[in-house]
Design a protein around this ligand. Structure first.
Ligand code: GAP
Length: 441
């Protein structure tokens, strides 16, 4: 299907009706731009995170993971520069008081809400840090921040990780977790929210090696995208202009994706130099200098940071997987089917067990099959509606295989496996099912 015909309406509606993502606090009328991951969404998101962790932590001897506290000492955010500079330019319409990001609208155009022209205030810096108070006092001494990125904990924990893991540079730290930003204009479904999840890596290198590792990580990011099924033809590199670089970066490449609402950032890759380790050494008074155990050279490692948004990954994966096709087979010849062509590793449900009827003699065979396979893979069990409708439902949620248990199964002790993409069917003995699926996953 041509990507141009995939609209956000289709994705948002499918996500809601099938239980991937729905509006947060829905029965209370929702909370603007907050989204909850439903039964399928949480499986999809977990599969994405597990794939990332497997690829970048488990399979690599030069990587270790951490899981740090979400609220850190506020001095961390003063040292990192976030309290002073983590802001977006804000303008307000003087007539209706709607607020906008000054860099995202045409200030000479009329206000999108009330239509009045020339009414915007001068741009002012709006800090995106999400503030709270720790403990019973709500005064300046109790102010703390929800982290706006997972990155900083990896710099702050660098000395503890280095001594406990005994890693030698080059090595990296990885973390997956929530981040919070008081975005001025959240929107576009799960693309920009105030609460979101990141998967970040801080890769520590010798200062003279940064260019080589920058290229390595850019290639690794594309390998990950391929593994989770993000369409490479809709992904592009954007070399961020020098005057638009974040305060900590000497070079940034954004990987952008063609969403239905335009080409926008999916991931970022930054060369953070020794900015973070140096600033934390200065502000904390700790000595953060690395001594190479073989050469005895002392230096502050430089950092390459590949940063991945989990929610944007979910969105790009859904958009890449979405397909509509006209069926040209006995399975509803001429019908249009919606199919999410997820990579098998990522599909929320791997196998659906579909007894042809609700009759007990069939469920007596089908249930034990489902329970046995569920020990290895996420399985769905569905015995209502016609088999055609059940196939369509599984196509719409991207289940790679459906297993149909029919009345012949009682005699031949075999079932029919139907492939999501080809719709081809194959008869497989029940005794061989587990081995058959082990070959597929
Ligand atoms: N540590 C660097 C850092 O946080 P960033 O470009 O601000 O860099 C990294 O964020 C990634 O986090 C983005 O590429 C995007 O995938 C995701 N992200 C950032 N802000 C987001 C938001 N408000 N909602 C959803 N995802 C967001």
């Amino acid at each position: 299907m041509d990507a141009k015909n995939i609209t956000m309406e289709k994705i948002v509606s499918l996500a809601k009706t099938r239980g991937f993502v729905f509006p947060g606090s829905d029965i209370y009328g929702g909370l603007a731009n907050s989204w909850d991951y439903g039964p399928l969404g949480v499986e999809l998101k977990n599969n994405i995170k597990q794939t990332w962790w497997k690829m970048f932590v488990q399979e690599r001897l030069d990587m270790v993971g951490i899981d740090a506290a979400l609220i850190m000492n506020p001095k961390v955010w003063e040292a990192s520069g976030h309290v002073a500079t983590f802001s977006d330019p804000l303008v307000e319409c003087k007539t209706c008081h709607e607020r906008y990001r000054a860099d995202q609208i045409d200030l000479a155009a009329p206000c999108a809400k009330c239509g009045n022209k020339g009414t915007f205030t001068e741009p002012a810096s709006f800090n995106l840090m999400m503030k709270t108070w720790l403990g019973p006092k709500e005064d300046a001494s109790a102010v703390a921040y929800f982290r706006p990125e997972t990155a900083q904990a990896m710099f702050v924990d660098f000395p503890n990780v280095l001594t406990s893991s005994r890693k030698r540079v080059p090595f990296g730290m990885a973390q997956i977790g929530k981040a919070f930003r008081n975005e001025i204009t959240p929107g576009n479904f799960i693309f920009r929210t105030r609460e979101f999840e990141q998967m970040e890596i801080e890769y520590f290198v010798h200062p003279s090696d940064w260019e080589k590792y920058f290229e390595d990580w850019l290639a690794n990011m594309y390998k990950f995208m391929d593994r989770v099924g993000i369409d490479a033809s809709r992904s592009h590199n954007l070399e961020v202009e020098k005057d638009e670089l974040a305060h900590y970066s000497k070079r940034t490449v954004d990987i952008e994706f063609d969403y239905p609402f335009g080409r926008k950032e999916l991931y970022g890759l930054a060369y953070r130099t020794d900015f973070d380790l140096t600033t934390h050494a200065k502000h904390s008074g700790s000595n953060i200098v690395y001594t190479d155990p073989i050469t005895n050279e002392k230096y502050v490692p430089h950092v390459i940071e590949p940063s991945f948004g989990v929610d944007r990954t979910v969105l790009a994966v859904l958009l890449s997987a979405y397909d509509e096709e006209t069926v040209a087979s006995e399975e509803g010849d001429g019908d249009t089917r919606v199919v999410l062509r997820f990579k098998k590793e990522i599909a929320p449900i791997k196998i659906a067990i579909l007894p042809l009827s609700k009759k007990e003699e069939l469920s007596n065979v089908a249930r034990p099959i489902a329970e046995g396979l569920a020990k290895h893979w996420r399985v769905d069990y569905d015995e209502t509606q016609s088999i055609g409708k059940r196939y369509r439902r599984q196509d719409e949620i991207g289940t790679p295989y459906c297993v149909t248990v029919d009345f012949d199964s009682l005699e031949d002790k075999a079932v029919t496996i139907r492939d999501r993409d080809t719709m081809k069917q194959e008869r497989v003995p029940i005794a061989e099912l587990e081995a058959w699926f082990k070959k597929q996953f």
